[in-house]
Design a protein around this ligand. Sequence first.
Ligand SMILES: *Cc1c(COP(=O)(O)O)cnc(C)c1O
Length: 215
Amino acid sequence: MTLIPIEHYEQVKRTAGSTAELLVVSKMRSKEEIMAYYDLGQRAFGENHAQEILAKKDLPSDIQWHFIGHLQRNKVKSIAPYVSMVESLDNLALARVIDKECAKIGRIMPCLAEFHLAVQDENKTGLAEEDALTFIEEVMKLPNIRLEGMMAMGPHTDDREEIRRVFTHGRELFEKLRNTFGEQFHILSMGMSDDYDIAVECGSTEIRVGSYLFY
Ligand SMILES: *Cc1c(COP(=O)(O)O)cnc(C)c1O
C-alpha cells in the first residue's frame, strides 16, 4: 500500500500534458504524503493556511509553495520568505502589505489576481470582473509584486456544460488581460479535482488538484 494514488497522479499529468502545470494541493496532508510526491519529482504544492506552510517549512527548500487560500494581512510577514507565489490576491490592501513586507526582505513576490467568475455562487471570493483593469493597474505600480496572471474557481455544480461555460469565459478574460498587460500576464490557474480536465480543454495553464491525488 503506497501513501499516494500514483495512477491518479499519472492520469492528471497526462491530461495536463504540456499545456498546464500541475499544482498538487497539499492542504491538510502529511509531510510523508507530500514527500511521496516530491520523490516522484513534483515540486509545486498549494496550501491555503499560513500556519500550515510554516509547519511544513522544514521540508526540502526547493519545494515551491503556492498560497491559494484567503490570506489575512497580518499573516503576510510570516509567510513572505517561504512562498513562491500568492495566487489569491483579491484586494489592494493585501497587495500593499505584500509589497511592503517583500521590500523589507528584498524579494519580489509573484502573484495572481483571483477572480470571481461563477455568478450564482454564494461563496464569493475573488475580484469582480468589472474591477479587473483598475485593480491590475494599481497592483502593477507596486515594485515588489509581479503580477503574473489570474486564478479562478469553477462553479459548484455537477453540470459540466455550466463549468465549461465559466472556464471558457475565464480564458476569454485572461486573453483580454494578457493583451492589455503583456506577456508578464501569462498564467491562468483554473481547474481542481472534479473539473481539471474541462479546465485544460478550456486553456488553463495551471491546474490545482488536491483530493483526487490523495487517499
Ligand atoms: C482545496 C483547493 C483546491 C483543490 O481542491 P480539490 O477539489 O481537493 O482538488 C484548489 N484550489 C483552491 C483555491 C483550494 O482551496
